[in-house]
Design a protein around this ligand. Structure first.
Ligand code: BTN
Length: 140
């Protein structure tokens, strides 16, 4: 009875106080997969991005990402940003977002992104940038 009471009180509190951790394997609504390696004490991290979709017809390749998180280890819902250097196109994507953890301990990364494609002349700059939102959920 005491054990059950302890569990009932402790488990929800524990989940509610958990900090969101970027380290791991994530998937977004497009089916893209992203691996974030350990975040160091300065808040910087690297990883890889396997996009499920592309604006080019080239074969998709897993591409490296580099990012930084604010206040590593201190905040429950930290902000972060990262860029992906696509290995199969001339484009670059920059993501910014915030890591949230709900009362059950479920983590999501709520992001916005800008994709800049290479254009041959600055006259084509007007059509060179796409923008979107993306939500990642942890798969591992
Ligand atoms: C390219 O098409 O030039 C590179 C791939 C871009 C993939 C984009 S990045 C934003 C959006 N979210 C994804 O998971 N994939 C697309």
């Amino acid at each position: 009875c005491c054990l059950l009471l302890t569990l009932a009180l402790f488990v929800p509190c524990h989940a509610a106080s958990r900090k969101c951790d970027l380290h791991g394997l994530w998937r977004n609504e497009l089916g893209s997969n992203m691996t974030v390696l350990a975040v160091n004490t300065a808040g910087t991290f690297s990883g890889s991005y396997h996009t499920a979709v592309a604006a080019t017809n080239k074969q998709i390749l897993v591409s490296p990402l580099q990012g930084a998180q604010q206040h590593p280890g201190a905040k429950r819902h930290p902000t972060f940003g990262f860029t992906v250097q696509w290995q199969f196109s001339d484009s670059t994507t920059a993501f910014v977002g915030q890591c949230f953890v709900d009362h059950r301990g479920k983590e999501t990364l709520e992001t916005m992104w800008l994709l800049r494609e290479e254009v041959l002349s600055h006259k084509d700059t007007w059509k060179a940038t796409r923008v979107g939102t993306s939500i990642f959920t942890r798969i591992k």
